[in-house]
Design a protein around this ligand. Sequence first.
Ligand code: HEM
Length: 433
Amino acid sequence: MLKNPLKAIYQMVESYGDIFAFKIGNMRSIIFLNHPDYVKHVLKDNVDNYSRGKALKMSTTGLEEMLGNGIFMSEGNDWEFQHKLLKNLFSPTAIESTLPILHDEIDQFITKWSNVIANSPIVNIEYDIHLLMLRIMLRSHVCNNYPFNYKEVFDTYNARIEASSWNVGAVSEAKSFFLKPLGINYTYKKHQLQIDKLNSFSDKLVQELLNGEFEPIGLFALMLSEFKEGRVTEKDIRDQLFNFLLAGFETTATAISWLLYNIVAQPNLQALLKNELKVAATSKDALLKQPSFLQLAIKESLRLYAPVWSTARVAVNDDVIGGKFIKAKSIVVVNSYALHRHKLFWPSGDRFDISNFEKDNFKGKTFAYIPYSQGKRICLGMALADYQIQTITSALLKAFHFETTSNKAPEIKANIIIKASPSLQLKISKASE
Ligand code: HEM
């Protein structure tokens, strides 16, 4: 469980079925759910009984501190207020306004890779794409002309997230549990250095933007105007920045990295997609053809490698799911990795198969497929993420030809987001005309 939680949970789901409880000693029960009906119950039908904020607060690794009172932690009226406000950032017009930055970043990225591959064709795509998505996020949601040290922000953020990994969390839970009877209150401190660094980065940023030294954009423009109206505090601006960092760049970067890998690992799929893009560039009718092979590939890649592979809630009141009693305060976990491989709904299992989303094949599977979650707490950035994934992947497929560097499927490392271990690499060359 500590070494590879994703595999351990998957094996438990395979052995114990669609609903089972996991408990060590006097620790709270963790109820694992793996049936679309149960998932629908928690994410939609009885959503207000299942608190994400409380689940995050229970973690001993300090994610709560990082997320503060931002949208991820919020509930009730507080969530309604934040959701209504932040929704404005994802309207079609708002997404359109971020396009010049997106295209500028893509152009710079293609130039960078063209130079890199002239010397060394094997590229750590995961690292580079993460940095790209961080740049896009900060330029379009904080400030377009701020002298960010992107690499430093990225490295600090990474170290911070690493300190909140599942195994670090589980070890610190266990230490605090076993040391308590000895009168020792164990508190996890490893993340504090990164929290301090991230806090001073955001404090400086908020001050400089409030003083008018730089022009805010996207999230920051919205939050600063709310601040001037007295509806949010400086701390709220900082909290929302960290919620957006957690939600909005690593997820998309991971989705694009696995998508590229999956496209390249399937025989003929890369050629099929390149041809589709060529036809779309010359024929207006082709653009109307829905859904494109690229859209099918995106959906299938998000099925097998949903970046958010697991999500937890705490039951507020007693409840019953699938005939089983759920005691108030139990932790309820939905594991997309296992759900997206459920034998009844996904006969292709681990095999990449874009026909899963063709024609009527997806009918009736809404709650068996939750890469962006479901119900009222569904991902707010879904439309933006989808647009970014399509646009960036299309541009990269047009500019380059990709090959895998090994016949072995990559190992998965699951922290908050699912990653490859070692990081995904591809052999890259310039695309032939
Ligand atoms: C492929 C990319 C993405 C994936 C797979 C993804 C997935 C998810 C998932 C699964 C949740 C629910 C988490 C839970 O219930 O525990 C979520 C929530 C959220 N996501 Fe995304 N996300 C993506 C991109 C983005 C982007 C680009 C943004 C914004 C810039 C964003 C903003 C949010 C926000 C604000 C929430 C919280 C919504 C709420 O609680 O009301 N996401 N996302």
